[in-house]
Design a protein. Sequence first.
Length: 324
Amino acid sequence: MTQHAMSESSPVSTAVTIRDVTFDNPVLTASGTFGYGLECPEFVDVSKLGAVVTKSISRKPRPGNPPQRIAETAAGMLNSIGLANVGVDVFLDEKLPALREVGAAVIVNIAASSVEEYCYVLERCEEHDGIAGYEINVSCPNVKDGGLSFGTNCSAVGDITRELRKRTDRLLAIKLTPNVTSIGEFAKACEAEGADAVSCINTFIGMDLFVESRRPKIASITGGFSGPAILPMALAKVWEVRKAVDIPIIGIGGICTAEDALKFLIVGASLIQVGTALFVDPSAGVAIAEGIRNYMERHGMATTGELIGSLDTSLQPSLVAAGW
Ligand code: DHB
């Protein structure tokens, strides 16, 4: 979110503007996969990302769920962290000033178990500078109160959006769960109540086990499933939402490379988030931002407006020629 979105050496601008926030590039970190953005300064210069989306912040500190909380699968990751976080007071006193110091644009992800609690955390954040906007987690699969019980109830998602919209002029994005039949209806509720964007998608519910012992791999038995395995499913959800609403989409789901990110942008996402890939390489987001710039240069695109939603739905000529 710096002033020099257009670099002197390149006619390409990777900048994306939503509401009054101009992101230098479309690459954000996905909540819960990059801590508070301060954990690996030796591996990544966070000021080179479009923005850091924080771990979900709640009213009170949360220890999270008992271990085992993470398991690796063939092409993804299963987790049940339970929204472990330092709570809004410590976040605002310690984490936010440090993030500002390192020059990252900051989107605060908020989790809560009631509308009042969402409002409380947002209002505390409103007292502080250095926050570009909010992403509202209505879709955590791993907590008893709130979480998916909000995210799978369209009128609850609408209520939360409306109450938060009244309380902030900052960018407001609602993070949707894919664990519903018609995600487009949820996006419409967010749009109708004044959200600036929808983040699409949170994790799918998944499960894995050890066959010899017949025991689950994580203590909560089921958890949130993420990583490259979900990319085609996430893309289809973004496509469904793109057809349902006009507000910008933040595309999320299994993005590991610039090519993956480009797919989401071409299908219609304005920004993207990198999540599980950061567990393998914390600098993946910066590499993806560079890869997007290279692609735009190769394709003679001067602005991201030429890229976003540029899907050509006609079939690849080589497949037509093959006569299948
Ligand atoms: C958690 C929260 C999420 O929103 C998610 O998709 C997966 C895990 C958690 O903190 O448990």
